[in-house]
Design a binder for this molecule. Structure first.
Ligand SMILES: NC(=O)c1ccc[n+]([C@@H]2O[C@H](COP(=O)([O-])OP(=O)(O)OC[C@H]3O[C@@H](n4cnc5c(N)ncnc54)[C@H](O)[C@@H]3O)[C@@H](O)[C@H]2O)c1
Length: 377
């Protein structure tokens, strides 16, 4: 592990849209003693775009076509895994098995299946010399972070209901169109909605028990074909999640809703009050039952630490800042998003995908226990 205040050397595995976003964020953290020294990506155009960026930052990068060569180079203290979802499992297992300890920030979802997530969690447990943080970065978006602060401060009382609406544009085009098929992504409710299930769990302060969902691919991607196959990813859904403390969550996802002021609207209601967060308006609101509508307060959510807003309203910057502090604390500071958070957010997504497929509630116990889910799915 890098000594405090020495330069921390990063490698990025997968330098597509998100990998390059990490590169830019790390450049904005250079005054914190951060440098990117290597990338690994089999796709030459992605390598070239990353190199172009690195040159503009005056950073010399070693370029590898695969993650194993990057690990074997011994150049990196930290690796960021930002390759497609279906590659996370193999790459993470190779990082964890590697003799040199690497600190790891892996993009969400941790893996595309619960079984693979569990294998990674179990393998990582044996490496006390490594930290693995999962990229569930919505927690850091300033209005969301403000709402988390309000909820955890007790202003709303005991949380009973968490409703998250994501209304946005369709999935973007990715390298080799990997995101068009459930087999590669884990399904829309794993791929992108793991962010929201993570938030629900955080707001509820509880673990999920069972999940019911309804959804379909109704509008997007229907006229696309790849090697003769039409995409199978849903573009809208309602998902209900019940938690073990009696609170419940609801996700309202629509990916053909460009005509929407906010991309995410979150409402958390407790037995004392109600809080809300709006992204990208960057507003948080809260009020109490006693003070009523006239007592509702509106806060502009900002975080002066953010030096680069990027694609996710500064959350990637804060994610890196947090992870860097955890690395420098050498295990004395808990990770803000750990492997268990990554696993459970995937498990809720898997349960929701299965619920749509089978038309019934799925319990988290079923999806966490491969034998049970194989018997019932
Ligand atoms: N945090 C967020 O909100 C957020 C947003 C977008 C994407 N993501 C995640 O980031 C990851 C990458 O998504 P993206 O949008 O950058 O996709 P992308 O298609 O733009 O880029 C993926 C890159 O990985 C490369 N790649 C493929 N297989 C590889 C391998 N085995 N080793 C190394 N590189 C490999 C591809 O060639 C490509 O350059 C995904 O896991 C995605 O879910 C997270």
């Amino acid at each position: 592990m890098a000594a405090a205040n020495s330069t921390v050397k990063y490698g990025i595995i997968g330098v597509g849209m998100m990998g390059r976003e990490h590169l830019i964020n790390l450049h904005h953290l250079r005054s914190e003693g951060v440098t990117v020294v290597a990338i690994a990506d089999p796709h030459v155009p992605s390598q070239e775009l990353a190199l172009e960026l690195a040159h503009s930052f005056d950073w010399q990068l070693k370029v590898f076509s695969g993650h194993q060569e990057l690990l074997d180079s011994g150049l990196c203290d930290v690796v960021v895994v930002s390759s497609p979802n279906m590659t996370h499992y193999e790459i993470l297992m190779d990082i964890i098995k590697h003799p040199k300890p690497h600190q790891v920030l892996v993009e969400k979802p941790l893996c595309t299946t619960v079984a693979h997530c569990k294998e990674v969690v179990n393998a990582a447990r044996k490496r006390q010399d490594m930290l693995v943080q999962v990229g569930l970065e919505y927690r850091y978006m300033p209005p969301v972070a403000k709402l988390i602060e309000i909820v955890k401060g007790g202003t709303l009382g005991h949380v009973k209901m968490v409703a998250i609406r994501e209304h946005r544009f369709p999935f973007l085009v990715k390298v080799n169109n990997w995101n068009r098929f459930n087999a590669n992504t884990g399904g829309t409710l794993v791929e992108k909605c793991c962010h929201f299930f993570d938030l629900m769990r955080l707001f509820a302060g509880a673990n999920p028990v069972r999940v019911m969902a309804s959804g379909a691919m109704d509008v997007n991607h229907k006229d696309e074909t790849y090697d003769g196959k039409v995409p199978d990813i849903i573009d809208n859904a309602y998902v209900i999640v019940e938690f073990d403390n009696g609170s419940r969550g609801m996700l309202d996802l629509c990916m053909f809703a460009e005509g929407s002021k906010n991309e995410q609207e979150i409402s958390v209601v407790g037995d004392i009050g109600k809080g809300e967060a709006f992204v990208p308006e960057s507003i948080a609101r809260f009020g109490t039952r006693v003070a009523g509508r006239d007592g509702v307060q509106t806060l502009k959510a900002e975080d002066s630490r953010i030096k680069y807003d990027g694609l996710h309203h500064g959350s990637s910057y804060l994610e890196h800042l947090n992870f860097l502090h955890a690395i420098r604390a050498k295990g004395k500071q808990a990770l803000s998003v750990d492997l268990q958070d990554g696993l459970i957010s995937v498990a809720i997504g898997v349960a929701a995908q299965l619920s749509i497929e089978k038309g019934r509630f799925f319990t988290i116990e079923e999806v966490m226990d491969e034998h049970l889910s194989n018997a019932t799915a």
